[in-house]
Design a binder for this molecule. Structure first.
Ligand code: FAD
Length: 336
């Protein structure tokens, strides 16, 4: 069989990392990325890039811990070298959470309850956790992934795919990493947007990473700007910034860190988190008139795409290798 042709649909963090893992797992295949948008115009470019465990309701916790989060140990080295840093974060709660020791407490570094002295800085909050995790600066990381892929000969084409089947005559295996685009591409009714609006501000004196335990209000200093969040608006498809929301985010963040009143150059970004009860990470065989197309899905990462991308990319690449083995097997049998 000639070199199997594989197409990855999507060039956000999931598509690019999956493509990179495929080049390592299936070096004999010819790989192309097809996407209607590339960085800086993807949801992944909007993400704050914090590696904070996100709970996928119907995925067993042990799988989330072992299969998705732990490969970060490998990823950590890359992200720190390319576009990120180790950061220490305070997560503060107005009411003590039911689970004082979350399932990911031994995955992040140095997890501990905040001291009384630290909590004094947050008079509206009564409980807090301190830990060290990673922050990835998303646009430079995406560009680094693109550069790595081009250097290994991966082709990248701007193309909107209306139906995965349209690729059956050109490719042996198609990998669907279309993020929220999979809603239209597949008609997946389980996939829904959770709109997120954030502000990027110039406030270089802000050094502390602070997050309200409700996940809505956060202050994340980055290399070039500080990200202020945010919103989680289920089923909202609007990509237009909302002025009332901008003011609300700014006020909420100032109540956590009053010095932000002096922040300048406020830019507003909006993205749609591709949300599902669990990530869709599986093989599917499409078939029409006796012709088959092997598909691997890897989408629906919701609010945790950066946190888990390396784990899901490795698993998707493993599924692509299984597809290629099945193709080679049936091609060998046809010759007998
Ligand atoms: P995308 O980045 O949207 O990429 C999808 C790609 O598919 C795009 O290139 C698109 O053009 C392409 N595409 C879609 N449809 C088609 C089609 N029909 N044909 C061709 N191409 C197509 N996650 C974290 O882990 N940590 C965080 O701190 C964090 N903060 C966030 C803050 C905000 C405000 C938001 C909105 C999200 C945040 N996330 C965070 C979540 C994270 O951004 C997503 O989980 C992740 O970006 C999803 O990546 P993706 O590659 O699946 O989607």
């Amino acid at each position: 069989m000639a070199a199997p042709k594989v197409a990855v649909v999507g060039a956000g963090v999931i598509g690019l990392s999956t493509a990179l893992c495929i080049t390592e797992t299936c070096p004999s295949c010819s790989l192309t990325i097809l996407s209607d948008q590339f960085s800086p115009n993807t949801t992944s470019d909007v993400a704050a890039g914090m590696l904070i465990p996100h709970i996928y309701p119907v995925t067993p916790v042990c799988h989330q811990q072992a299969g998705l989060w732990q490969p970060l140990c490998l990823f950590a080295k890359v992200v720190i070298a390319v576009a990120g840093s180790n950061i220490s974060l305070w997560q503060v709660f107005k009411n003590t959470p039911k689970e004082e020791l979350p399932f990911w407490s031994d995955v992040v570094l140095g997890f501990r309850p905040m001291t009384k002295a630290e909590l004094q800085k947050f008079p509206q909050h009564q409980f807090g956790q301190a830990f060290t995790t990673l922050k990835c600066d998303c646009p430079p990381y995406l560009l680094w992934l693109e550069k790595r892929l081009k250097a290994t000969g991966v082709q990248m084409h701007t193309r909107k795919v209306a139906d995965l089947w349209e690729l059956h005559s050109e490719y042996n295996v198609v990998v669907n990493c279309a993020g929220i685009g999979a809603h239209q591409l597949l008609g997946d009714k389980e996939l829904f947007p959770v709109r997120g609006q954030v502000l990027k501000v110039h406030a270089p004196w802000v050094k502390n990473f602070i997050r309200d335990g409700d996940g809505l209000t956060y202050i994340y200093p980055g290399i070039h700007s500080v990200t202020l969040g945010g919103t989680r608006e289920k089923e909202s498809w609007s990509l237009s910034p909302d002025a009332g929301t901008t003011k609300d985010i700014f006020d909420r963040c100032c109540s956590l860190e009053p010095s932000l009143q002096g922040a300048k150059e406020i830019k507003v970004k909006v993205g749609l988190r591709p949300s599902r009860q669990c990530v869709r990470l599986q093989r599917e065989v499409l078939s029409q008139g006796g012709v088959k197309l092997l598909v691997v899905h890897n989408y629906g990462h919701g609010a945790g795409g950066f946190s888990v991308h390396w784990g899901t990319a490795k698993e998707a690449a493993h599924l692509v290798r299984e597809c290629i083995a099945a193709l080679q097997d049936s091609s060998a049998r046809a010759k007998l």
